[in-house]
Design a protein around this ligand. Structure first.
Ligand code: KPL
Length: 299
């Protein structure tokens, strides 16, 4: 399959390197990373290994492929949709954190839009070198739920590259479950400067569980069947499996970059307000991370 990975950060590079073992991959990324890939190829190390030579470019305009995998930060989704609209794709898969990305892509693109979640741990060590710090799972499916031929094909392409892949016909629930996981882990680890496993220990555990429970409650208000028990089990399972990993929000904070707080805990706060629900833990986490961003001049 011809695949464009749009947003070659940590996760995009990991997925791109794995896919390039079996497919014709073009990575769209930053200049230093693109230069390194053109010179020495892309090296994937850690718990997944690959030395591959995908095409790499900084210019995402006018590309054509069967599939575009979107891995940009959630606040860059609208810009990504505009750029992708200058090219031609049969399907576009969002493999991003946070909610609302699929709507943004669907409103700007003709292609079939798929939703995805990925729980692999990834760190971009230096330009051209990405490390898999935890084997997780990729789940793909139609973003509105239900069976989809496009999702089956994309699932096969991922699985044939050695990525643990599940095709799901209940993506809305999966996306809320992933949101509950990220709401529990990301801001807490970013603010306490800890690895993901710290949310299993007191006192971070109380905070993470409260944020996760609140998210599940909002999901239920939205008509999604996600019990507190399932959401908490998912959050603690991911925290356990990625215990030694640095969450993406902590990586952003360490690099003085804008975080995805608006699309994670901030999204929970916004949806809760629509339903008249109180989500004090998500509200506090959102306020603190936004205050950090303002202090660093990155919002
Ligand atoms: O998605 C993640 C992230 O860091 O954004 C988890 C699953 C928490 C893995 O670190």
């Amino acid at each position: 399959m011809d695949i464009v990975v749009f947003g070659a950060g940590s996760l995009g590079s990991l997925v791109g390197a794995a896919l390039a073992r079996e497919h014709a991959v073009t990575l769209v990324g930053r200049a230093d990373h693109v230069d390194a890939i053109r010179e020495n190829g892309l090296s994937l190390g850690g718990e997944l290994e690959a030395e591959v030579e995908p095409r790499a470019t900084t210019d995402g305009e006018g590309l054509a492929a069967e599939l575009a995998v979107v891995t940009v930060k959630s606040f860059d989704t609208a810009a990504a949709a505009e750029t992708l609209a200058t090219g031609s794709f049969d399907a576009v898969l969002s493999l991003q954190n946070g909610m609302g990305n699929e709507e943004t892509l669907a409103s700007g693109l003709e292609a079939a839009v798929l939703a995805g979640t990925a729980s692999y741990g990834a760190i971009l060590r230096k330009p051209g070198v990405v490390e898999c710090t935890g084997v997780g799972e990729v789940v793909v499916g139609d973003w509105r739920g239900g069976r989809s031929r496009a999702a089956e094909r994309v699932g096969d392409a991922f699985a044939s590259s050695g990525l643990e892949t599940t095709v799901s016909d209940e993506m809305p629930r999966r996306l809320w479950e992933k949101l509950a996981v990220n709401a529990g882990i990301n801001a807490v680890t970013a603010l306490t400067a800890t690895q993901n496993g710290a949310v299993l220990e007191t006192p971070a555990n109380d905070l993470a569980r409260a944020a996760t429970r609140e998210t599940a409650r909002v999901a239920r208000a939205e008509g999604v069947e996600l019990s507190n028990r399932d959401a908490l089990a998912a959050m603690e399972q991911v925290a356990g499996e990625t215990a030694a990993n640095t969450s993406s929000m902590r990586q952003d904070v360490l690099a003085d970059r804008r975080t995805e707080i608006d699309a994670i805990n901030g999204y929970v706060v916004d949806r809760a307000a629509e339903w008249g629900l109180e989500v004090p833990t998500n509200r506090t986490l959102t306020t603190l991370v936004r205050a950090w961003e303002r202090g660093r001049g990155c919002r």
